[in-house]
Design a protein around this ligand. Sequence first.
Ligand code: ADP
Ligand code: MG
Length: 452
Amino acid sequence: MTDESWGQVRDELRKAVGKNNFTSWIEPLKLVRLADGTASFEVPTKFMRDWVSRNFAEQIRLYLEKAGEHVERVELHVATTKGAPKARPAPQWTRPAQAAASANDDLPGAPLDSRFTFDSFVVGKPNELAHAAARRVAEGGRVDFNPLFLYGGVGLGKTHLMHAIAHELQTRQPHLRVLYLSAEQFMYRFVQALREKEIMGFKEMFRSVDVLMVDDVQFIAGKDSTQEEFFHTFNALVDQNKQIVISADRAPGEIKDLEERIKSRLQCGLVVDLHPTDYELRLGILQQKAEYYRGKYSDLKLANGVLEFLAHRITTNVRVLEGALTRLFAFASLVGREITLELAQDCLADVLRASDRKVTIEEIQRKVAEHYNIRLSDMIGPKRVRTIARPRQVAMYLAKTLTTRSLPDIGRRFGGRDHTTIMHGIRKVEELKATDGQLAEDIDLLRRLLEG
Ligand code: ADP
Ligand code: MG
């Protein structure tokens, strides 16, 4: 296969998997051989090899076949270049555990929450990749991707994962200087350094770390000189091959008032999103928490079905979910009663009501129209051109998946359309979602906006 035709296959793949996935996973692949039904690729790291082979190998195979190649297998090999030399030699002795933190003593990091460890992080489909990437960084070995950019809605575990990385690094690689802080604290330190004419010290300090983690980076959007300083710090560390981990509440490209050059820098590494929790993940988290509370309130009984009920009803975010359980146990212990469904309903009435706030079809239509830049009236109107019909179908799909409305009911709200038309629209979107990465991303984003 020629470079050119591989280039065309890559273009197809870019459309299929979406831009972020493409940059992270497909672009770095080097096609080294295609013969006897086997396509061999070189990948830079073991982590990438595993992820690509699990998630993209089949798609790559399909698109190669579509381009007229005969491919039965896709093989991935880790490129055998020597790892970059470490800037700081590993210490010749093992420091006693107590002295471990001393590598970071002079750093103005935020305190770490001792509960936020990998052990206490429940892994499910929605956070699987974020977790795997965080684990990878926590090994403190070669820098595979820089930065690791974690994003997702409130309470989905970004801070938890960052703290877990810091904890893990402190035990595994106590000589590394690990700095974790929020973007707000970064700004605060910077302003303070300016005021006290300590800017050199500030720069030196930030450039002396091995791992820098900045939480909630969206905070510095629109804050010009802080952004500028952040940009320089970021570049200096990347140049020294030091690991950076960033979190934000949305993808780099979607952060308003963030300088373009910063956006593009942030996209250079691995961009991973934490998806909204699903039922299984919520139940897993509740079970883990309940286990902890059973130890704490050993005389309390927990009736069957309570955790399932909560996982089903509280879908907003993990923080709310945890808070609900904490309150439930505290309340039950106070009144000395078994935790039953009724008790839960009583004690958590307000939380349950709040998460009952359902998305309406009107909201969906409005957001989708905004997103695709079409008129709201076209959502219900008769126009059938693709540029309008497609967004309309997306809205139908979201109406079906985010609300409990029936098809005829949805039909009525889309200008009195028949329920079979709605069904057709939904099917169409489901079909397209599987092959059109951009559409899948759009839907993901809209869903987040609507549920957020
Ligand atoms: P974010 O920074 O994304 O807003 P946090 O990391 O602060 O969210 O998480 C909010 C709360 O939910 C924390 O108490 C955290 O421990 C918990 N949490 C989130 N995701 C998980 C998970 N997968 N397993 C266990 N706890 C979780
Ligand atoms: Mg956070």
